[in-house]
Ligand binder design. Structure first.
Ligand code: GLN
Length: 454
């Protein structure tokens, strides 16, 4: 099959299913097919790489030259990017096809995809349920076979939680492994790009394209290029799996616990040994995150002022009025909530009490992991406390929504790599995700651990 035929087959399937799922915000069939023709020429010339000609979807947080790039917001409803994010140019260089831009929570703030200005995404397993978020469009697109694989970003769980809720695999790499250049910033000390796909093997191939040093991102790490597929087939004999007692306590649904425990039993059969560990400060990760992430967001989002690009209110009296009205009309409720919290915790008189305190606890959370990795090679637990919930179920209760990320957030605070792989089904026959957390730069081992189970 040629890349043009493959791309056309995906485009046809998208035309058929996307009106119902709302996984894609923007499609550009002519551009995708032109890329496919170029890929076919490259394949014919014998200059192909692993992903040459493969149709990939891109989360709408990545700037792609000539493509509408909205970040799920009205604020960027008319923003056509004049340049490519590093991740996008890596895929272009590899000869991959950009199939389209996927829906997401507004500015990646959310766990259900319901904060998108472009409407919620539906979970392909049950369209009355959410796909998770913020990379919900990507997760639904992969699960419904509307692309071969896709990109996501993860600030507090936005790759792993939707992967779990849609029954696919997703990897958040170590902070600094994938460049954030051209990836619209939410909370810069936490944001990481990563792949989402059907298998660990696909994620490894995606990582080979996405990872690597880029001098345009000051947090990009200068490391040798790795082949993330290199360890996929290693046996797991002797692997030490740490189970944090805090993850297996109250809060996790009985259905999720059952599926995760069955997966761990499977790992024992594959030769792994189980070690009981503790992450005593992990219970503080949600409150710490909801100080730090809004603080950084309030600063990052100050650039959206209606002056240079994006939404501008049609009627205003003077400059200050234009700023106020553009931001009041351009941002949704959750984004405004974060900006207000962030501005508050950074303000004079409260900085020491909130922001500084949260930074100190963040360090303690990271130290817990360092201690744990003296006893084990990987850590496992649930990705999310429940399977996919109903659309609208948590929409008006931000605290309930924030608790969706209770198992994923500590990983971002520590800068560690984490992934989610499908491990059976729970309540309402919806998929359950197993979370695998690795030590810094241990992505190849995590992919090995995932691949052996799959
Ligand atoms: N759900 C979390 C939030 O709303 C995490 C989002 C993310 O990882 N981008 O902030």
């Amino acid at each position: 099959i040629s890349s043009v035929e493959l791309t056309q087959a995906y485009l046809d399937r998208i035309a058929q299913l996307n009106p119902q799922l709302n996984a894609y915000i923007t499609l550009n069939p002519e551009v995708s097919l032109a890329q496919a023709r170029a890929a076919d020429a490259r394949l014919a010339a014998g200059k192909a790489e692993a992903l040459t000609g493969i149709p990939i979807a891109q989360k709408d947080i990545f700037c792609a030259k000539g493509w509408l790039t909205t970040c799920g917001s009205k604020m960027l409803h008319n923003f056509v990017s004049p340049y490519d994010a590093h991740v996008i140019s890596q895929f272009n260089n590899a000869g991959a096809i950009n199939l389209g831009k996927t829906n997401m929570d507004e500015f990646a703030m959310g766990s259900s995809n319901e904060t998108s200005h472009y409407g919620p995404v539906k979970n392909p397993w049950d369209t009355a349920r959410v796909p998770g978020g913020s990379s919900g469009g990507t997760a639904a697109a992969v699960a419904a076979r509307l692309c071969a694989a896709a990109t996501g970003t993860d600030t507090g769980g936005s790759i792993r939680q939707p992967a779990a809720l849609c029954g696919i695999s997703g990897l958040k790499p170590t902070y600094g492994v994938c460049s954030r250049y051209g990836m619209i910033a939410f909370a810069s000390s936490l944001d990481q790009a990563g792949p989402m796909g059907r298998s660990a093997e696909d994620l490894a191939l995606m990582m080979n394209v996405m990872a690597g040093f880029d001098e345009r991102d000051s947090t990009s790490l200068q490391r040798d290029k790795e082949d993330y597929t290199r360890d996929l087939n290693k046996p797991l004999t002797g692997l030490r799996i740490g189970l944090p007692k805090e993850f297996f306590a109250a809060g996790m649904g009985a259905d999720v616990a059952k599926a995760v425990e069955a997966a761990i039993a499977e790992y024992r059969k594959l030769g792994a040994t189980i070690v009981d560990i503790s992450l005593p400060n992990s219970k503080l990760s949600v409150p710490v995150y909801y100080v730090l992430a809004p603080a950084e967001a309030s600063s990052n989002l100050s650039r959206f002022d209606g002056v240079r690009y994006g939404y501008r209110t049609p009627e205003y009296s003077d400059l200050a009025d234009m700023y106020e009205k553009s931001r009041a009309q351009g941002f949704g409720a959750e984004v405004k909530r974060r900006i207000m919290i962030g501005t508050y915790v950074l303000s004079h008189g409260y900085y020491d009490a909130y922001y500084l305190q949260a930074q100190k606890i963040r360090r303690l959370i990271a130290q817990d992991f360092t201690e744990a990795y003296k006893q084990c090679d990987v850590i496992m637990g649930p990705t999310s406390p429940s399977t996919a919930f109903k659309l609208g179920e948590k929409g008006d209760d931000p605290v309930q929504m924030y608790l969706s990320d209770i198992y994923t957030i500590a990983v971002n605070l520590a800068g560690l790599p984490g992934m989610s792989i499908p491990c059976g089904f729970g309540a309402n026959d919806m998929p359950v995700g197993l979370q695998i957390i690795g030590n810094y730069f241990d992505e190849a081992r995590m992919l090995n651990v995932a691949h052996q189970y799959q």
